[in-house]
Design a protein around this ligand. Structure first.
Ligand code: NAD
Length: 256
């Protein structure tokens, strides 16, 4: 039986992924603020460290896969703390527990928002690893009425972090495929208020074009995450796989 850690397991995409993996016989260690095997706040350094220790204790020291998925879509510095630093700390912190697995895998949830306008300085500061400076920059964006750039910036940083690390000795060199997914709009509690009315849906369609099949249920990206962390994935490495109904194609055209 494979043991898989999923962050953000209490809701939306994380919950759907946990259900798919449990149905196929995996053991899931869910991590969330509530309703999870490991209750932890990934927005804080102490919460991230406690999460790693709790997973180590519950798993006995070896896990087979990590899905770093927890996220926020608030226009606030907390979104940087959870989406970027919480995700990176999850992957870095749990990587040593993957080393004992015969088929270790890791995946993170980025977003098609990584294709949207973002703040280069926030991306740079996040990747430089100085959390307090990155949070300060996020607050500056809020104060300048540019808070909407925070979410996309965290997802740009996360996708770049994944690309920078996937082929390194710590990941590919240790036999761990590290990949990400880039969902379009998924109908979860995160987006409920954004797409509640027909008017909102029409306005959103201008920003996030999804010509194939429209908005999706959480099971759709969850199935992709479940495959990326399965034993079947032996050679997909460092890819940000868009599951977005065509947003990426519309936005980026034929650039590869
Ligand atoms: P959701 O709100 O349904 O679930 C997010 C989960 O993360 C919640 O259970 C929440 O409690 C948890 N979480 C938030 N802050 C946390 C913290 N500090 N510590 C631990 N857990 C925390 O949202 P979702 O739509 O399922 O989002 C999951 C991921 O998918 C996020 O990374 C999000 O950015 C990404 N995403 C979502 C969409 C979408 O349209 N819903 C699109 C692209 C990417």
């Amino acid at each position: 039986m494979r043991t898989v850690v999923i962050t953000g397991s209490a809701s939306g995409i994380g919950l759907a992924t946990a259900e798919i993996l449990r149905d196929r016989g995996d053991r899931v260690i869910g991590v969330d603020l509530h309703d999870a095997e490991v209750v932890a706040d990934l927005s804080t350094v102490a919460g991230r460290a406690a999460m790693v220790e709790d997973v180590r204790a519950l798993s006995g020291g070896t896990i087979d896969a990590v899905v770093a998925n927890a996220g926020l879509a608030l226009s606030s510095p907390a979104t940087v703390a959870v989406n970027f630093y919480g995700c990176v700390a999850t992957l870095d912190g749990l990587r040593p527990l993957l080393v004992g697995s015969s088929a270790p895998r890791a995946a993170l949830t980025s977003s098609m928002a990584s294709l949207m306008p973002h703040d280069d300085l926030l991306v740079e500061l996040a990747l430089a690893g100085d959390e307090s400076k990155a949070l300060e920059r996020a607050q500056e964006l809020v104060d300048a009425d540019l808070g909407a750039l925070i979410y996309s910036s965290t997802k740009v940083a996360l996708s770049r972090w994944m690309r920078r690390h996937a082929a390194t000795p710590e990941w590919a060199g240790t036999g761990i495929p590290l990949n990400g997914i880039g969902p379009g709009i998924v109908e979860t509690p995160m987006t409920a208020d954004l797409i509640a009315s027909e008017e909102q849906r029409a306005a959103m369609a201008d920003v996030v074009p999804m010509p194939l099949n429209g908005y999706m249920q959480a099971e759709v990206p969850a199935r992709l995450l479940a495959w990326l962390v399965s034993e079947e994935n032996t050679h997909v490495c460092g890819q940000l796989v868009f599951v977005d109904g065509g947003s990426d194609v519309v936005i980026r055209g034929d650039s590869t």
